[in-house]
Design a protein around this ligand. Structure first.
Ligand SMILES: [Zn+2]
Length: 80
């Protein structure tokens, strides 16, 4: 996939371990993934819809939580 101005420069992808264990031979991790990404009270979560479990949870730096923290950024492009 070619890079463009909206490419988030992903360095590593997050996948559900259970989905990767069940990955059919004719599917790629991208085509097999069934994920949702959403904001939570603490930060954000990547959720596996197929297995109904969290893949990654990250807290923003100004929220009280025991989750790993990432600094809030102001460099994200505007949403369309
Ligand atoms: Zn899964």
């Amino acid at each position: 996939m070619p890079a463009d101005d909206h490419n988030p420069h992903i360095k590593a992808y997050a996948h559900c371990r259970k989905c990767m264990a069940e990955l059919p031979a004719d599917q790629s991790p991208r085509s097999w993934a069934r994920i949702e990404v959403g904001l939570t009270d603490a930060g954000c979560v990547v959720w596996c819809v197929r297995h109904d479990c969290a893949i990654v949870e990250v807290a923003f730096d100004d929220k009280p939580t025991s989750l790993p923290r990432l600094p809030r950024t102001t460099s994200l492009p505007p949403l369309n």
